[in-house]
Structure formats: C-alpha cells, structure tokens
Design a protein around this ligand. Structure first.
Ligand code: ZN
Length: 394
C-alpha cells in the first residue's frame, strides 16, 4: 500500500492559506488536502524550508519565537515555505491533521552545533492521512524518513581511461536537474540537455585520442551546485577542468562560441552579465543552495591562484586557435569574468560557451551531431597541445 501511495500521488490543487508560527510550533493551513510535505534545515543563514507537494504558495503568515520571517515561493511542483530563524531551531516532530489540510511541525530551539548536525542529516518527509474507500485511516498517519542530504558527501564520478600516468580532464556539463539553464525561446531546447550531449561527445573524442583520462561531473540529468562541480574535479586531482555551457541573450542575434577564464574583474559588460547569469545557477526560487562551506571559502583566497589563472588563460587561447577553423567563434573569443565554477585555486579551469542557444542557427549547430563533433575536435586538439607543452617544459 505504501508503494501505491508514493507512486500514485495525485496533484491536489491546494493553496497555502495561513502559516501560523508560535514559540514552539508552526501550523500550515491549506484550503484542500495536500499530497505530502517535507522539511529540511538549511545552514548559513539558519532556515527551515518546508516543501509542500502539489500546493500553491499564498496566504498570510504570523511569526513568533525563533522565527524571524516567513517567505513563500513556488518550488518544483509545489510551494516552499522558508522560515528565517533568529535563533537555531529544529523540527522535532511533524504531523498532518486527520483531514490532510493542516500540517503541524514542533520546533525546538537548540545550539548552533546541534542545528548544524541536524542540517547534515537531511530531509524529513511527512504524508497526510491515507484515505481509503472514503474512510480515513488514522493509524500511522505521519511517516518520517530521513533522506540523505545531497551535499553531505560528494560521490565521485567514474574516471574513464586506465593509464593513471595520463593527465585527467574533467568535463562539466553546465546546469541540470531542476536548473535547466538557458532555454531557446523558439524551440524550448534546454541548455542542460545540450551541454550534457556536448560533454559526452568531448569525453568520447578525448578517450579516442588515448592521451588523457576523462571524467564527467554529471552523466545524467541531475542538479549540482557550482562548488560540487569543481569540488569533484579537485577531489579527483584533475589537471584540467572544462565547464560546458551555451550563451543566451534576450534580444538581437548574437552568435558564436567564446571561452571564459577567471578574473575578479570582468573584461567587459557582456562578461559581467554572463557571470551574473551563470553564478545564479545555485539560486533556485530565492534559496541559495550553494552557500560556501568555510573550507571552500578560504580556498578562494589561495595565492597559488595566480599561476593557475595564467595556465587557464593559455589553454583558453589555444582552444580559440583550434576552434576557429571548426566552430563559429566570436571575434573576442577569450574573455574574463568572476565565475564561481572556475574558482578552484590549483586547477586550470575554463568555461566554454559553445554558442548561443537563443540564436536559432547557433542552436541548430551546437545541438547537431556534426556541431558536437567539431566542438569535441577543437577541445581534443587544444588538450593535446596543452599537455604536450607541459610535458616539454618539465
Ligand atoms: Zn550556462
């Protein structure tokens, strides 16, 4: 019965009517039965996020006790209610009312350390009472299942190529999962799908050369925060990191590929605009999923970054030279911007904007077999020369 329950959750159209916060509990009122809810603790700043499947945000809120403010927004296929905390508090218990139209969560104030531990434990899930044949079954009507937090530990991806003496190139397909990236206004083509296909094509081309090992940060449609992308590459001790994206503009017919390397100062206005857009990948419906952990933040000011930035820039220029005969490129191919995904201090990193998804001609090219093959060949040529030079200088 549990299986039926999970598998066939209908899309109830309920609205969040009221969120009442008291000193030690919070009550969510809905105007109809909801499909289910979950709560998750988010640290830095401390918040409690409550996701209600199949519900529309709305309604008024009151605050009290540890809760400073209540915010509501659309999240996935439901509503997200965020409780901004004035002091650390955890959800100690949660249950739906018998009619499935109220959810009560007990709050308990705790120490910062206890909050951090609870935040790492993951999500608590609640289900409304199960109605069967018009009769509510009162027993075990709240189910609590801790779901491992996605960021608790990084699962390392597969490394292709078995000669460990070969340098490792990590290819990062931009966006994924709940973050589609840019979307073509004419065809609905999503950046996250295009980048994954290109990343796989680059992997296959590099592996065929036999000169490097390759790993992908993602090989399916999943969401990764920006830190996880370069975090995976650093854990694997990658020698080169290539993040694959597609550019997009609201108006005009901008076209062509470009490559970005890290700089705290953007090289031009368009570079600054691009950085603002790509760095936003972590912020979904106002919730910042990629808040820096202390160890990563301190890495950003590492002084070895200077040399890495130079290596990244020389690879970017090589890629420009090799891509020009194969792929339509912008006249100012290599540009600089403050991009979070390029902030590994010790690993040459570039962000490759392969073309404009907002431009129908570019989009058709970068999402064709021929286009992918040409992009992959440019990368393979640049990678060959990059590592050959490095070998020669050693
Ligand atoms: Zn992108």
């Amino acid at each position: 019965m549990l299986t039926l329950w999970f598998g066939g959750v209908p899309a109830w159209a309920a609205t969040v009517e009221r969120v009442e916060v008291a000193a030690d509990h919070v009550v969510l009122h809905f105007d109809a039965r909801v499909a289910g809810a979950s709560a998750v603790l988010l640290d830095g700043p401390q918040r409690i996020a409550i996701d209600v499947a199949g519900a529309t945000p709305g309604g008024v809120s009151t605050t009290d006790g540890p809760v400073l403010r209540v915010r509501q927004g659309v999240y996935r296929d439901g509503a997200r209610i965020v409780l901004d905390l004035a002091q650390p508090a955890i959800v100690s218990e949660g249950r739906f009312g018998a009619d499935g139209m109220t959810l009560t969560l007990a709050l308990r104030t705790v120490s910062d350390a206890r909050f951090a531990r609870a935040a790492a434990e993951g999500k608590l899930r609640y289900l409304p009472p199960f109605s069967y044949g018009g009769r509510a079954i009162p027993a075990s009507y709240s189910v609590t299942t801790p779901i491992p937090a996605p960021r608790a530990q990084l699962a390392l991806p597969r490394v292709y190529g078995d000669d460990d003496s070969r340098p490792l190139v990590v290819i990062d397909a931009g966006h994924g999962g709940i973050d589609p990236g840019a979307i073509s206004p004419t065809t609905g083509l999503k950046e996250k799908d295009v980048t994954l296909r290109i990343a796989r094509a680059i992997r296959d081309e590099l592996l065929a050369s036999g000169r490097v090992r390759v790993a992908l940060t993602r090989d399916d449609d999943r969401f990764l925060v920006l830190q996880e992308r370069y975090g995976v590459a650093r854990k694997l001790k990658a020698d080169l990191f290539i993040s694959v994206h597609c550019d997009s503009v609201g108006g005009g017919d901008a076209s062509g590929a470009s490559v970005y390397t890290l700089s705290e100062v953007a090289s031009d206005k368009e570079a600054a605009r691009l950085a603002a857009r790509e760095n936003k990948a972590d912020i979904i419906q106002g919730i910042n999923l990629g808040e820096a952990s202390p160890d990563i933040s301190s890495l950003l000011i590492d002084l070895t970054q200077r040399e890495t930035m130079n290596n990244s820039a020389s690879f970017a220029q090589l890629l420009g030279r090799e891509a020009r005969p194969l792929v339509p490129v912008k006249s100012n191919f290599h540009r600089m911007a403050s991009l979070v995904v390029l902030k590994a201090p010790d690993m040459p990193s570039i962000l490759f904007e392969t073309g404009y998804i907002s431009n129908p001609r570019d989009a058709a090219f970068i999402d064709s077999r021929e286009g992918r093959a040409r992009i992959a060949e440019s990368v393979r040529r640049a990678v060959d020369i990059h590592f050959a030079r490095r070998l020669a200088s050693n």
